[in-house]
Design a protein around this ligand. Structure first.
Ligand code: SF4
Length: 410
């Protein structure tokens, strides 16, 4: 069942994998993860961004390990984070020369909590098996898990061609999309089977099969989920920027999560130039929270506003309260256990305001246009006070702080 006791979602059973101190799969809650976009060789910048992502709530952070300088930087990045009391598992993202980097940089192999291996990018033919095996052996020696991450953009072309040829022989050939899906799934499952042959435990293997098309992603993971019990990492690859990336990722992952599929998620958003990398973490958290899987932040229930809210007081207060809760959460999380379950309502007029405010832990119903300039505040369903005058916002914030102290303090 979902962590909040949904009656409609039964999560698929998967083998749990420890990534550092964070469990993915098994009976663990769905884990939020993210990836840096700094040059890993730039230790200062990478430490800074990993810390930002972690503070935003990323429970695992992946970093690119693409060359010697990056591999050499990894243990220093881990040490610097530990010195800042940030014990976030770091995942190394390897392509093409991962086997060599891990062999040449044992401190990197030790510092990482997991290796991401892309079977389409570990050499060709005989070399592929050698290089893949080498990475698995190093993972085994260091007792590290791996994610076998197949990506449509770098799918093993040899396997695809073989399956296309086999398909041509079928009496009723499959569609090209189905053959491609089969190639992605087989690439992941065959690589996992090979890892097991090399002595890797099932509790050390996670799989992902990312594509960039929403419908294909839903199909490929639905199929994969039925064919194995490995923990699954979900993500729509190359989701895009802004609203498009958020909607596409949420639509695809939301449907899979609703089917009980997925043990960890990453939202692959392209940031705006100079944009905030932590947006991908916020979206992942909001997706899990709005679907009722986990609670990360207090919820502000705010109505959309309409012709009855012609002043900006209502929008300003809703934003002010949301920002105040978000900014205070890093401190409150420690100080007030359970505060992430708080529900605050900020409503714009008498139509739905008192009703919605009564359902929240603490709610305010602001006066709409033409209404008496008074704002009743409801606490645990009872009218507690009516605020008036120019300081409504600040007075309400004080009441929220008092409520949190009384309910979650001590
Ligand atoms: S609660 Fe009032 S202000 Fe808000 S959307 Fe409904 S009618 Fe409009």
């Amino acid at each position: 069942m979902s962590d909040l006791g949904s009656e409609t979602i039964t999560r698929r059973k998967s083998v749990g994998v420890m990534v550092g101190d964070v469990q993915v799969g098994g009976d663990a809650p769905i884990v939020v993860q993210s990836m840096t976009n700094t040059d890993t060789a730039d230790i200062d910048k990478t430490v800074g961004q990993v810390a930002e992502l972690w503070r935003a709530g990323s429970e695992i952070v992946r970093i690119t390990v693409d060359r010697d300088e990056a591999a050499a930087a990894v243990p220093h990045i881990r040490d610097r984070l530990m010195a800042m009391n940030i014990n976030v598992p770091l995942v190394g993202d390897f392509h093409y020369i991962g086997h060599k980097l891990l062999a040449d940089h044992p401190a990197c192999a030790e510092a990482l909590a997991k290796y991401r291996i892309n079977p389409g990018n570990v050499g060709f033919k005989a070399k592929r098996d050698t290089q893949f095996s080498q990475m698995i052996e190093i993972a085994n020696q260091n007792d590290k898990p791996v994610r076998i991450g197949v990506n449509w953009g770098s799918l093993d072309q040899e396997l695809l061609t073989k399956l296309m040829d086999e398909n041509a022989e079928r009496e009723t050939p499959w569609s090209a999309a189905r053959v491609q899906r089969e190639a992605i799934i087989q690439s992941a499952l065959m690589s996992a089977a090979r890892a097991e042959e090399l002595g890797m435990g099932r509790n050390k293997i996670l799989l992902s099969t990312k594509v960039s098309n929403v419908q294909h992603l839903i199909d490929v993971y639905t199929d994969l989920a039925q064919r194995c019990d490995y923990g699954l990492h979900l993500g729509l690859t190359e989701a895009g920027m802004g609203a498009k990336g958020i909607v596409a990722s949420s639509a695809a992952l939301g449907i899979l999560l609703q089917r009980g599929i997925g043990d960890t998620i990453r939202i692959s958003l392209t940031p705006e130039p100079g944009g905030d990398r932590t947006l991908e973490v916020q979206v992942a958290q909001q997706l899990l929270q709005t679907m009722g899987f986990r609670q990360f932040l207090p919820v502000v229930t705010a109505c959309p506003g309409c012709g009855r809210t012609t002043s900006t007081v209502f929008q300003e207060l809703a934003k002010d309260i949301q920002d105040h809760l978000n900014d205070s959460m890093p401190k409150w999380r420690e100080q007030y256990p359970g505060v992430e379950g708080l529900n605050v309502a900020v409503m714009g007029c008498i139509v739905n305001g008192p009703g919605e405010s009564k359902h929240a832990d603490i709610g305010i119903s602001l006066p709409g246009t033409g209404e008496t300039p008074a704002a009743p505040v409801f606490i645990d369903g009872q009218k507690a006070k009516t605020l008036r005058g120019p300081n409504i916002a600040n007075e309400f914030k004080v009441m929220v702080a008092d409520y949190i102290e009384k309910r979650f303090g001590g």
